[in-house]
Design a protein around this ligand. Structure first.
Ligand SMILES: [Zn+2]
Length: 451
């Protein structure tokens, strides 16, 4: 029997969305870039990844989006979304002067549930427009942050801040921990919103409070986020006060454990690195914030060589001052080269991996996002490569690490939903957002001028 004539081509199955790219980068092991590729999406999940010919033979969708490079959505592993309202309020000054003269007076007066929602909406709009599909947050009124993300279709790891003094949303740390517990129940099983315990830092918590926060997180089965060894002063103060480095204090109090997300890790000793590895924790690197605040330069290639879980972050907009994670990708690939005088340190592929798959691993989401493969949720971004800085295009990974900027993103998809299409938001009213932020900004500026 002649199989050519007897087997008619299979009828393509229906899916919801097909995303086409001149290159598709799945970021899975051993799978290189797919030239003229496509991704099929159904019910929020990826159902096919391959060449366009193969995908379109198997799948048909009414909705098709396309662009130059398709890759997993970026994962911003550290930030304070609500702080977009304080972007550029004060720069280029010593940390304490900045905190006491600008950030704290502004936060004291303006960190209300409504303003946190507004600042988060601004942050989410900016992140979606620059290709970020998941972020880790650490701030106040996180119930409002969760609501904004659920409405905008953004994936988030919430982190109700626990600090050893009164905050805008909790008169004491006990209330902050109770707020965290309520969050865990409120968002249980939500497709986009997960919860973590955000213990602020060793210099704002007592060891007893660190123990209490760690025990609560363990009981609730959620990860911990904490600032760690961001500045030399933090490490020196910790040594003087507690006789140990911040990671050692975290290990002693139960904070350092499987899945703990350490933000910064700029000043880690060899012993610290071993501790982090042994406990199954990882580091959210924020090179741009570290540079701007004069905190130092994270040892990215040294940490990478250990196999530690590493993600990239922007930190809050007050210390960056934007939420474009592509800046972090480029710094992660270039800073180590300059520091070591070695152009082979942190190749482009590793930097892009940290911003996608590495970030998903760090946030404990590697089973659902971080790569493009069937079975994972459809979180991806599409880069427009028509711009002159993308011409010619030989190696997409190097293009992403060294030439791509946030505004090259043309579409963003989260959980199968096109939340940013043809450079326009589909879930956020940007004109209204702009008007609200512009109405509030002069009030914030006036308070800071008086401080
Ligand atoms: Zn931070």
């Amino acid at each position: 029997m002649n199989s050519e004539t007897s087997s008619a081509p299979p009828v393509p199955a229906r899916c919801d969305l097909i995303v086409r790219g001149d290159f598709v980068l799945p970021m899975t092991d051993g799978v290189p870039e797919i030239a003229d590729g496509a991704v099929a999406v159904k019910a929020g999940a990826i159902v096919g990844v391959g060449t366009r010919a193969r995908i379109e033979a198997a799948w048909r969708a009414d909705d098709v989006i396309a662009g130059g490079i398709v890759l997993p959505g970026l994962v911003n592993t550290h930030g304070h979304a609500g702080m977009t309202l304080y972007r550029g309020l004060g720069d280029d000054m010593p940390l304490m002067e900045w905190l006491t003269g600008f950030v704290w007076p502004a936060e004291k007066r303006f960190t209300t549930p409504e303003n946190v929602a507004l600042g988060t909406r601004l942050a989410v709009a900016e992140m979606l427009a620059t290709g970020t599909t998941t972020f880790a947050d650490m701030y106040f009124f996180e119930d409002r942050v969760g609501r904004v993300c659920a409405d905008a279709g953004m994936r988030v790891l919430l982190g109700q801040a626990v600090i050893g003094f009164a905050t805008p949303d909790a008169p004491n740390s006990g209330e902050a921990i109770r707020r965290g517990e309520r969050l865990v129940h409120e968002w249980k099983g939500h497709p986009l919103v997960r919860v973590s315990a955000a213990l602020h830092a060793v210099y704002t918590l007592t060891p007893a409070l660190m123990r209490e926060g760690a025990a609560s997180a363990a009981a609730w089965g959620i990860p911990i986020q904490i600032h760690c060894s961001e500045t030399r002063k933090e490490v020196e103060d910790c040594l003087r006060e507690h006789g140990v480095t911040p990671p050692r204090l975290m290990a002693d109090t139960g904070v350092l454990r499987e899945g703990t997300i350490l933000a910064h890790g700029v000043h880690l000793t060899d012993d610290d690195v071993r501790l982090v590895l042994d406990h199954g924790a990882g580091v959210a690197l924020n090179p741009e914030s570290n540079l701007k605040l004069g905190s130092g330069i994270p040892d990215i290639d040294r940490l990478l060589a250990t196999g530690m879980k590493l993600g990239l972050g922007t930190d809050g907009a007050a210390s960056n001052n934007d939420l474009d994670l592509w800046d972090a990708v480029r710094l992660a690939a270039t800073l180590p080269k300059g520091l070591r005088e070695n152009p082979t340190a942190v190749p482009a592929a590793q930097a892009v991996r940290m911003a996608t798959r590495g970030g998903a691993e760090l946030l404990g989401m590697e089973s659902i996002v971080g790569t493009l493969e069937p079975g994972k949720r459809a979180d991806l971004c599409v880069i427009d490569t028509e711009g002159l800085s993308h011409l010619p295009l030989y190696h997409p990974l190097s293009q992403l690490a060294y030439a791509t900027r946030g505004n090259d993103v043309v579409h963003t998809v989260v959980n199968g939903r096109v939340v940013y299409r043809d450079r326009k938001h589909t879930t956020i009213d940007v004109a209204a957002l702009r008007a609200e932020v512009r109405a509030l900004a002069p009030q914030i500026a006036a308070v800071c001028r008086r401080a």
